[in-house]
Ligand binder design. Sequence first.
Ligand code: BYC
Length: 498
Amino acid sequence: MSEPTELVEEAAAVQSDAFVAVNYDDRIPNNVDLSSDKQLQRALETWQPNYVDWWKEMGPEGFQNAEVYLRTAVGVDPSGWAKFGHVKMPEYRWGILLAPKEEGRVIPCGRHKGQPAWQEVPGEYRSLLRRLIVVQGDTEPASVEQQRFLGATAPSLYDMRNLFQVNVEEGRHLWAMVYLLVKYFGKDGREEAQALLERRSGHQDNPRILGAFNERTPDWLSFFMFTYFTDRDGKMQLAALAQSGFDPLSRSCRFMLTEEAHHLFVGETGVGRTIEATCNAMKAAGITDPYDKAAIRKLGVVDLPTLQKKANFHMSVTRDLFGSEISSNGAEAFSSGLKGRFNESALQDDHQLENATYPVMRVVDGQLVTEEVPALRAINSRLLDDYIADCQGGIDRWNKVIEKAGINFKFTQPHKAFNRKIGEFARVRVNPAGEILSEEQWQAGQGEWLCNDDDYAHINSLMKPCFEPGKYASWIAPPRVGINNQPQDFEYVRIEHS
Ligand code: BYC
């Protein structure tokens, strides 16, 4: 597949403004001059062992002693913002990294537009701001918990390393939000920081806050789909929060976005390499019909229609993460100046939207219709639309691989209303083509649009570990280039001691 665009994006983002020297002498690496605020330092140093305990309990199972080739942000100069080396994950140097302060920055949107960005919490928006930070923070450990069993079935050491890299960086993103909570929200911030270590993905009594983060990530296809589609929600939400009038949040999110790019790359190339393996195997076996599942599955690869079903699930569950399309919470987050839109500064309007409207698809009298709605109340809907557009790039690149192989199959995004549990479409049943269905029709068709037991059985049968350096499971093609240009047979994870 084509060269990783996300990496190019990543390099560009990194070269822009993320370089501030990180102090690695402190117990908690940071570029926020932590040692000058003893009270904050003590509070974070009290949280740190609890975090490490959480990591040992809920982080990658079975690989806590493995030496993993990880990148750690050092933030020194444009030719090397990160350093690579083998590290045991519990010893990873999780730190607090903020993008540099922009002198004279103003609040970019909402009723306070043009006023100096807040350096302290604006009192009238305290609880809304805290809620946004907590929700963002909650997703980070949740994803680590969801992925904790995947190491054992990694299709290669390269992929295993990428999984663990994503995991440690989600851990760092939790640190980023905990820093804000502890520094700016006093006692309740410390309580929230503790609660972030106590909720558990999928737990009946104390689950993670948002739906998708309580779903299982049972196999590597789910992992790749998750990192392509759900981490992309992370990208969109972080981009919106990077526009926050609360400057420390903006600066935290700007740095997080540089790390997020690699997660999207892992997702896009993971799915792409799966498609490549399928196409190669079909070609070698002389199979041209992508729906000849029985024959294709015998080749030890994933048939393309099953991949589409997996994608359907992850796309629909992730779309729920944008909240209700029409939302007074969304309106208030924007109007208060706490959260902007995607690419806020590049948008050509008044950035206040008091009199503007936005087209939102709704369910009216059992029909899907598009209505103009006050733009402020449609902020979530707009971000969702931007997200759907942003998803398409990788899908097009996947389709090119299939086209090049001469196979007649094309991945598509299901209709926005398909399989939704939050918002406008939560109460209707809609197929991927966008037709409203009765409950009976939905039940009858579900297995065609989302993975059924048979699909899961096949996927599970492929989830066998492949731990020999330079070797890959049958269902996934090797990557074009190694991480940090390492050779094909590089030992990305030394697992002998784990
Ligand atoms: N599941 O007005 P509503 C990432 C709740 S991913 C369960 O509809 P609002 C990452 C909502 O909390 C990015 N509950 O929506 C990716 C509210 O509850 P309360 C994470 C849901 O508030 C991969 C109620 O329903 N960051 O970084 O405008 C790996 C009514 O809310 C759901 C953010 O999300 C759901 N899907 O918007 C690792 C940014 N949706 O308050 C990391 C911060 C809504 O009445 N969060 N609800 O109890 C936000 O901006 C907003 O909270 C949301 C919701 C966009 C999520």
